[in-house]
Write a protein that binds this ligand. Structure first.
Ligand SMILES: C[S@@+](CC[C@H](N)C(=O)[O-])C[C@H]1O[C@@H](n2cnc3c(N)ncnc32)[C@H](O)[C@@H]1O
Length: 252
């Protein structure tokens, strides 16, 4: 008997590639991490920040440093990624907590502690549009009043023209980054070999684990979910940082 059809998903090989090559593949990685930390307002009392799909924990570390009064809860599906976080952030002691989870599942979306911010970098695009809308609604419920949801992610261009521009721009930043870091194109060559540039695909791949939605749709879904101050804080090569705040009726 044939196995039931399993949905394509992020595998441990993808984690290893990202650990080894993320520094080349992510446009302006340090700028993005800084930007996410900057757009989260300081908390009014000690609370948690959730890092959804925290990967190896680079953003997690920046959040721990920027918000010393906060705990950071790093969730990811990959044991390899979580092992990295636990080892590299061990010095933060009780302030870092981790958990293996499935982003698409709902069993983690109620938590018994106050959540000041939910962040996610380069992962929400693994959900389809309906799943993203459900996530945004659940996050507005999960957050404390005044709390923020900040997403850094691939976005889907509105048409072929935008897609071509994004493909070229992403190629160029990875090419330049390889040269800047190593003086050669090995990082860029591997980016091409893996076919990592989502925008360079001529036809949509129904088996792809990447399901980015347009920035326009996602801003609308955040608004519809009840977020205020919905905005875009940074954008390059098809990647954007965007989000909003949960209303705080008690605030002066
Ligand atoms: C491109 S990496 C980004 C990691 C990190 N946020 C960063 O920006 O460096 C994507 C991460 O999402 C996680 N991931 C992908 N799909 C997932 C899912 N359905 N549930 C939980 N984690 C998932 C992977 O394990 C991986 O760590």
């Amino acid at each position: 008997m044939q196995d039931a059809v399993t949905k394509p998903q992020w595998e441990e090989d993808n984690s290893q590639d990202f650990i080894d090559y993320g520094k080349y593949f992510v446009p302006d990685r340090e700028v993005q991490i800084n930007c996410i930390c900057e757009v989260i307002p300081p908390p009014s009392k000690p609370a948690y920040i959730l890092d959804l799909c925290c990967g190896e924990g680079l953003l997690t570390r920046a959040l721990l440093d920027k918000f010393p009064e906060c705990h950071v809860y790093g969730l990811d599906g990959s044991p390899k990624m979580l092992a990295h976080v636990e080892e590299s952030l061990a010095d933060y002691g009780e302030r870092i907590k981790t958990r293996q989870f499935d982003l698409a599942a709902t069993d983690w979306r109620e938590l018994p502690f106050p959540i000041h911010a939910v962040v996610s970098s380069l992962a929400i695009h693994h959900l389809d549009g309906t799943e993203k809308q459900a996530l945004f609604k659940d996050m507005v419920s999960l957050l404390m009043p005044g709390g923020s949801l900040i997403i850094a992610d691939l976005t889907e261009p509105m048409d072929q023209f935008g897609k071509k521009l994004a493909a070229q721009a992403w190629d160029e930043v990875v090419r330049q980054r390889s040269l800047d870091l190593d003086g050669d194109l090995k990082g860029y060559d591997y980016f091409c070999e893996l076919g990592w540039n989502h925008y360079a695909q001529s036809e949509p791949d129904p088996d792809s684990i990447d399901k980015p939605s347009s920035l326009f749709d996602q801003l609308k879904w955040l608004d519809e979910a009840g977020f205020i101050g919905v905005d875009v804080f940074w954008m390059k090569a098809g990647h954007a940082i965007f989000g909003g705040r949960k209303p705080n009726p008690g605030a002066k």
